[in-house]
Write a protein that binds this ligand. Structure first.
Ligand code: DGL
Length: 266
C-alpha cells in the first residue's frame, strides 16, 4: 500500500474533529479525509445495530477514497462497530478505535478507581468496563451516561453558568466519588476538559482520547511502514447533511479553517 494514501477519520458529526486535530498536529504530512455523519447525529442515542450499519457504509466511502487507515473518532461507533469493521475490512485498511488507546493508557497506570463518562450507547455497550476488566482487573471502573453534554457543547454552551451547572450535576453523582482518573469517553468532551479539571481542582486526572489516539495512529502507521514522510498533508471534510450551524461549530473543534462538503452516501 502507498503511504501517500489518506487517513480516514469519521464521527457521527464534528466532535471527531478533536481527534483529527490531534492527528494533524502530530503528523502534519498525513493527508486526511474526514467524514461526519451529521444526517444521523447523535449516535449516542441509537441502537448498536443502527450504528454498525452506518459505520459499515461510511467505511466503504472512506475506502473509495483509498484510505490506508480508518480512525473511528467516535466512542459510540468504536464501542458498537470496531469488531464488525475489522471483520469486514481488515484486509483493505488499518483500523484505530478511540477506546483501545485509552484502555492501554489506563492499564499502565496505578489508578485504583476510574470513572468513564460517555453517551448512552457507549455506556450500555460496556466497552470500557469489559476491556479494562481484562487489561487491568485491579481497577474499579464506574460509568455514567452524560447525554446532555453533547447537545450542550454543540449549541456553544461550554464556557458559562449553564455548562458549569450541568457538569456539576453529573460529576457530583455518588458513583463518581473518590476517583483517581476520569475518562472523557466522547470525542466532544475535550472542549469542556478545563471545566471538568477545575471541578476536581486538579486532584483527579482528566483524560481525553485525542492525543492518545493520535499517538496510536502514529505507532500503527510506523509498524506498517505507512507513515507519510513527504510534502504537506491535504485535508477534505465531508458531511452527510450540511447546515450552516455545523459549519460554524467546526471552528470550536478544529484549529484550521474547515470547508465542509456535503456528500450523499445513503
Ligand atoms: N462523538 C460521539 C461519541 O464520541 C458523541 C456524539 C453522538 O452521540 O453522536 O460518542
Amino acid at each position: 500500500m502507498d503511504s501517500n494514501r489518506p487517513i480516514g477519520v469519521f464521527d457521527s458529526g464534528i466532535g471527531g474533529l478533536t481527534v483529527a486535530n490531534a492527528i494533524r498536529e502530530l503528523l502534519p504530512k498525513e493527508n486526511i479525509v474526514y467524514f461526519g455523519d451529521t444526517a444521523h447525529l447523535p449516535y449516542g442515542e441509537k441502537s448498536a445495530d443502527a450504528i454498525r450499519y452506518y459505520c459499515i457504509r461510511i467505511s466503504k466511502f472512506l475506502l473509495e477514497h483509498q484510505c490506508k487507515m480508518i480512525v473511528i473518532a467516535c466512542n459510540s461507533a468504536s464501542s458498537a462497530a470496531y469488531d464488525i469493521l475489522l471483520d469486514f475490512f481488515k484486509e483493505r485498511s488499518l483500523f484505530v478505535s478511540v477506546v483501545d488507546p485509552l484502555v492501554d493508557l489506563v492499564a499502565s497506570s496505578d489508578y485504583k478507581k476510574v470513572g468513564v463518562i460517555a453517551t448512552k450507547a457507549t455506556v450500555s455497550s460496556n466497552a470500557y468496563k469489559n476491556k479494562l476488566a481484562k487489561a487491568a482487573p485491579q481497577i474499579n471502573v464506574v460509568q455514567l451516561a452524560t447525554p446532555l453534554l453533547v447537545p450542550m457543547i454543540e449549541e456553544g454552551f461550554h464556557k458559562d453558568d449553564i455548562s458549569q451547572q450541568i457538569i456539576t450535576k453529573y460529576l457530583s453523582k455518588p458513583a463518581l466519588k473518590n476517583l483517581d482518573a476520569l475518562l472523557l469517553a466522547c470525542t466532544h468532551y475535550p472542549l469542556i476538559k478545563k471545566h471538568i479539571e477545575s471541578y476536581y481542582e486538579d486532584k483527579v486526572d482528566v483524560i481525553d482520547s485525542a492525543s492518545p489516539v493520535a499517538r496510536a495512529v502514529q505507532t500503527k502507521l510506523k509498524e506498517n511502514n505507512l507513515l507519510n514522510i513527504v510534502g504537506v498533508g491535504e485535508q477534505r471534510f465531508f458531511v452527510s447533511d450540511y447546515t450552516k450551524s455545523f459549519d460554524e461549530t467546526t471552528r470550536i473543534f478544529y484549529n484550521e479553517n474547515v470547508s465542509l462538503e456535503e456528500v450523499s452516501i445513503w
